[in-house]
Design a protein around this ligand. Sequence first.
Ligand code: C2E
Ligand code: MG
Ligand code: MG
Length: 741
Amino acid sequence: MQPEDDLVRFASDEPSALAVENPLSWKLLVVDDDEEVHEATRFALHDALIADRPLRLIHAYTAQQAAEAIAAEPDIAAIMLDVVMESPDAGLRLVRRIREELQLADVRIILRTGQPGYAPELKVIRDYDINDYKTKAELTHTRLMTTLIAAIRSYEQIHAISENRRGLELIVNAAAGLMELPAMSAFAEGALLQIAALLKLPAEGIVCAQKGLPFDNAGGAEALHVVAAAGRLASCIGRPLAQLAEPEIVTAIHDCIARKTHDFGPRHTVLYLHDHKHEAAVFVRSDKTLAPTDRQLVEVFAANVSSCFGNVKLVERLNFIAYHDPLTRLGNRAAFLADLEAAGAAGAADQLVCLLDIEHFTDVNNSLGHEVGDQLLLAVARRLADACEGCHLARIDGDTFGLVGPKSRLAPERLLRLFETPFAAGEQQLQIEIQFGYCRIAGSEPGETLYKRADMALTHARLTRHTRYLHFTPKIEKRTHWRLDVIRELRRAFHAERLAVWYQPQISLHDDEVIGLEALLRWPNVPGFVHSPAVFIPLAEDSGLIIDLGAWVLDQACATFRRLEQLPRRPQRIAVNVSMPQLRTPDFSNHVLRTLAKHRMPASALELEITESILVGEPAVVLRNLNALRAQGVHIAIDDFGTGYSSLSYLRQLPIDCMKIDRSFVEEIDSGRGDVFAETIVALAHKLGMETVAEGVATSGQLARLRELGCGIAQGFLYAKPMPPDTLIKWMGTRNVGLAH
Ligand code: C2E
Ligand code: MG
Ligand code: MG
């Protein structure tokens, strides 16, 4: 008998020439309690080859040890099994265990017994799929060999079928799983790992490359790029294949793609994947040529995966679109938020978030065309990308870019300097101004919060005169909330028709008649809100609400003007204030003319008050609108003259009929500071052939001096405050009566 712990012995223990290291050997388990049988078998099978493959013997002396050996060694091809061992039916029990408990269907079983009287019933042989039953005496060398050859052939076939089935299951599952992966890189990596699993090879040494850059659907770039790699080669992902320091891999992949076929070599397998548009190759390093079954399996897999290829590309394209700006190919807002989320989570203290806005970009689009606008955006994106290497750069929307990166890169002086030189856009060299808002990253903060803060800082910088940039502070946040509250309330009041238009008379200083009226928007009876248009008009401008509000004021003003026609001495015209966002609307002039037509009002009865600030940037669309209106006879007045960016050269370009002297200059007249400004403005207006209206005339002293200076019209509390239409009509009535006497 054998010592207890040496009962199961493997052929490697034997001095025999059996090729124990060869992974292609057939594993044969010999189970017998008689050492002589083991010896005889060993001797008989010494150097035997079946289907060109050697045998590897595993020895067990009891059914229990045999069961342990089976558990430890997968893929045993055949078992030569003694029936009578620990018990008279120990062998038969083991057979039941193998088939029923362990569910091993492939392994072939040859029963051997020394006692012919213990022959199992036919039923057992059939039910437990036993290949052969021989008495030991029957097993001469030749019989043993023929029995074994038959058993192993049978095993090979059964095993191939079940392996194929398993492989096909794997393929179906893998392909289904791969289909769900959104990106080509993930898909390729999945395919690569599945192939490694299929071939039972380590994933190391596998490269997957595709023709063209990842994400490039245009097919422009033809160079092969590594899209997925496992193990040591993982660092090559995203790099051109040519840069790989492994010439064997580079050549094998190139050859595979050139020949458009799989390559099953002795040291590697390269699979060719393709659909009608794309090509890729998967390189798997191995130490032997694949067995035909494996080869078939891999071919089926490659065909299956190829058909997913196009779909994955499509999904990837959709993903690309979802996270990228199609024009600049930079990340979009969603991508920027993801970058911020990552930066916020990392809580990197020396990092800044910056939102950067191009001033008056809409004017470039409107006046020079969208193509020039696009060129400008591309040029800005390029300059920012070059200067801010290592930062995340995204195009948030229209003319806003987002940056996240180290403070040193995003310092305001540095960014401002970038915009000192003009940008080439088509034929044009465009000088642009930018404004930006910053937010520091401190502690771990959600990306959305960081974005909002930088956005608040940017909005605040936009609203603050002569300010190019601001850093976020809690004060800015408070102010932003207040602004948003007011805008929301204003919008609500507007839609609920709670706004009103009041009118302030303008008096001709030649004959003291009411020559005109100025329409002024009012927001009455809202407790807790600042009513002054000086406060809410800029907010309405900023939110775009002014476009609808302004249209409504114009409509009201025209209606009121028509009501006044019944009066014996009615004003010649009505003045309406117009904001920049309205004038920038390309359809503005048509809209005004349509409103005049609706009220059957002559164009000369309307005066539009604009401010000097609209002259900044010389937006062509504004000039077009004003010229079109003036050509129809609408009067144009410059409001608050002298307080904005006055420039005589601008004045000459603009179609202006009237200058309104700002209240501050009128106030100076009798405040002791003199009347030099008022005098200059009146003189200038005379020279340019324009009328003058003095605003905010509150005292008779001011009035007398303005008259002396030759100012034609006065408007102010001295005559009347702004009034609702009914009050105005009454006021006009009493005034007419007064004048008649
Ligand atoms: P503005 O166009 O310069 O209007 C004249 C402002 O001076 C009005 O202020 C008027 O009430 C005020 N005012 C007139 N005479 C006197 C005076 O003798 N003393 C004093 N202290 N003030 C006088 P209001 O109505 O508060 O409007 C402020 C600004 O809001 C307007 O300045 C105008 O720029 C803007 N605004 C008002 N209504 C509209 C509108 O419908 N559309 C647009 N775009 N802006 C409007
Ligand atoms: Mg005005
Ligand atoms: Mg004014």
